[in-house]
Design a protein. Structure first.
Length: 317
């Protein structure tokens, strides 16, 4: 099935709370030698130099924080925000603990906006991870609860748009189309009427990479089940703004799938049956007989697949 990838890597920013405004720097007297070129028409060019003295007052931005000794830090640390910054935050937490910090570090991947809300409005976190700069309104919210945010950059990533070799219709997607692909669109035709009326599917080779990364215990997970799970759990990504917890991050989405498959290896087969039963009920209420007929066929096949899976589990025990 055709597939479209977007790897968006953004500028990563951290915010820490601080007490009070930054100290105004002392004015500096800067001396410099300025070369002045003096010319006169039809005469030779004369070069003279003079020393210029001027007073410069420069506002210094805070780019970092003083070093701290992990052994001397007490209490727990709570961090939340961007999924882009999440892997870096995890690594920094590991290093901080390796160097002697004995408290608990919590890192929640909930998106930049939600991270700022917890930091600036609820005041629940010590660090806000973000893949964008803080907004003026968010700064005001922070100050409203007695916090002065300190913003500094921890890294700069690149942006790459890649189209699968199996996709033969996307040649020059616009920015608006990219937004639609990774938000509300359910079929390619929802993005562009000239594209196929097909759902975007997760390719097996894509699912294999994610499965190998998250399945550290070596569970016997069928690749088809994992593919289906990834497609379902994208509902916790950019598709629904109010239910977004992953930002379509492949590893975070894979971990949600893994959690469900730990409950039952046929979890998504059961979910397929349940969803088809719900769709069938809606079609019956709407008296859409054509749709009812098709859904009955799909439901019968889904139940057969589930029954076969259950029989294989019983036979293996």
């Amino acid at each position: 099935m055709r597939r479209f990838f977007l790897f968006s890597l953004l500028i990563a920013i951290l915010l820490l709370s601080a007490c009070g405004p930054a100290e105004t720097p002392t004015p500096q007297v800067v001396k410099e030698t300025v070369e002045v070129v003096v010319t006169k028409e039809v005469e030779k060019e004369v070069v003279v130099t003079k020393e210029v003295e001027k007073e410069v007052v420069k506002t210094v931005e805070v780019l970092g924080l003083p070093e701290v000794n992990p052994l001397e830090v007490t209490g727990d640390i709570i961090s939340a925000g961007s999924s882009t910054v999440f892997p870096l935050s995890e690594r920094m937490a590991e290093r901080f603990q390796d160097e002697g910090y004995s408290g608990n570090i919590t890192i929640d991947s909930i998106g930049s906006g939600a991270g700022f809300e917890r930091f600036c409005m609820q005041g629940e976190t010590d660090i806000s991870n973000a893949s964008r700069g803080i907004k003026d309104s968010e700064v005001e919210s922070c100050r409203g609860i007695g916090r002065e945010p300190i913003e500094f950059r921890v890294g700069t990533d690149a942006l790459a748009v890649v189209v699968s070799q199996e996709n033969d219709f996307i040649t020059n997607a616009t920015f608006e189309e990219l937004v639609s692909i990774f938000s509300s669109a359910e079929q390619w035709s929802d993005v562009n009427p000239g594209w196929p009326e097909e759902e975007a599917k997760v390719l097996p080779k894509e699912a294999r990479v994610i499965l190998d990364e998250v399945n550290i215990e070596g569970m016997n997970i069928a690749l088809d089940d994992f593919c289906r799970g990834l497609e379902v759990e994208l509902e916790h990504g950019l598709r629904f703004k109010d239910a977004n917890v992953t930002n379509n991050h492949p590893i975070l989405t894979g971990k949600i799938v893994l959690a469900h498959l730990k409950e039952s290896l046929d979890y998504y087969k059961r979910l397929e049956v349940a969803e088809l039963e719900g769709d069938l009920l809606k079609a019956l209420v709407a008296r859409d007989l054509g749709k009812v007929k098709n859904l009955y066929k799909e439901l019968a096949e889904a139940k057969r697949i589930l029954s076969q899976a259950e029989s294989e589990v019983l036979a293996s025990n």
